[in-house]
Write a protein that binds this ligand. Structure first.
Ligand SMILES: Cc1nc2c(=O)[nH]c(=O)nc-2n(C[C@H](O)[C@H](O)[C@H](O)CO)c1C
Length: 154
């Protein structure tokens, strides 16, 4: 049975890991291993341990970069680490970041974090079990969280 790793953070202002796990359980019977770390820069090693020590097939890395310039730098560094981990392991990590300033207030931020975590959990299931479904979505302007933007037309 496929195993999905969930790496998430205490820094985030919404429990994205819980939302992702709930969505995975609704749509599949995958095994799940969760690993919570303090903040986004701790995610790359959490992901690597989920692959190496917990034998996950794919990992979701969920985090919330804050709105300050230093947080944006941290997010870039975390992303670089996450990409490096994918190259080291030859496995997918679906990065689910919601920047705190993507939403105007806490209520919409919580909604966005929940939606994005769930929609990327659905992408994980597609990558694992129905890659052709994802292929059919190529070029269709899918977004996770806010509305899809649709394809551009000539
Ligand atoms: C400045 C900063 N910003 C964020 C952030 O926006 N989001 C987040 O999840 N974590 C942040 N952190 C914490 C670091 O990612 C990390 O947890 C600490 O540096 C300890 O390794 C830090 C230090």
């Amino acid at each position: 049975m496929a195993k999905v790793g969930i790496a998430d953070t205490a820094f985030a202002r919404y429990d994205m890991g819980k939302a992702a796990i709930d969505e995975l359980k609704r749509h599949s019977s995958v095994k799940i291993e969760r690993y919570t770390v303090p903040g986004i820069k701790d995610l790359p090693v959490a992901c690597k341990k989920l692959f190496d020590e917990h034998k996950c097939d794919i990992v979701m890395a969920l985090g919330m970069p804050g709105s300050k310039p230093t947080d944006k730098t941290c997010a870039h560094e975390a992303s670089m680490g996450i990409i490096y981990c994918q190259l080291m392991t030859n496995k997918h990590i679906i990065e689910v970041f919601v920047h705190e300033d993507e939403a105007p207030d806490g209520k919409e931020l919580a909604w966005l974090m929940d939606r994005r975590a769930r929609e990327h959990a659905q992408n994980v299931i597609k990558l694992l079990f129905t890659p052709k479904v994802l292929e059919r979505e190529a070029g269709t302007g899918q977004r996770q969280g806010y509305e899809d933007v649709g394809p551009a037309r000539q």
